[in-house]
Design a protein around this ligand. Sequence first.
Ligand code: B4P
Length: 188
Amino acid sequence: MSAQIVMLGPPGSGKGTQAGLLATHLGVPAISTGDIFRSNVSNETELGTLVRGYMDAGEYVPDSVTNALVRDRLGERDAVEGFILDGYPRTLEQVAALDAILEDQGRRLDAVVELVADHTEVVDRLLLRAQTQGRLDDTEAVIRRRLEVYAEQTAPLARVYGERGLLVDVDGTGDIDQVSRRIVSALA
Ligand code: B4P
């Protein structure tokens, strides 16, 4: 199975969870822009200070910041054999930036997995996570804003990748193992 893969899906669709499982299965790193930003926020780095306000409000971090971060990360040694990108790209500008990064590296995407999940189910999952992990962007108002931003800025990416023949739609409902098995068989 080829392993240059993007995971797409609304907040709460399980993309972070599934990116980690698929990465282990394929032996490549899962690269989550959200996780990288969160770790910078908790370590109070300069980048963390810059991105915190956007994340707490449910808004996207500016493309220039995110694109530079991904370019560096994809240039690291462990990403040479492949990667699962979780939460990137999220805007059309990020799609163009990723194309340029991969072209410079002489490689291309193999597949874009879109996790499809019902609106009520994703909100329930995120509210549950709010209780267990206390993420600052998992309050009801911010979740609503994140879902709006997703619909406006990220949902159009499915059409772009669909036109390129890269899109693989996977039902994200059901338990984590079930979804994971669906992804592996859809990519086979
Ligand atoms: P992310 O970290 O990507 O947050 P997310 O969209 O909520 O997805 P996440 O991966 O965490 O959740 P998942 O659906 O797996 O981004 C956070 C913020 O960072 C963004 O709002 C933005 O500000 C910034 N950011 C990140 N990338 C950016 C970019 N490219 N450009 C600009 N800004 C960017 O899981 C949700 C919950 O559901 C989990 O608790 C999980 O345990 C549970 N779950 C998963 N699968 C399940 C299942 N099958 N059944 C039941 N529960 C399940």
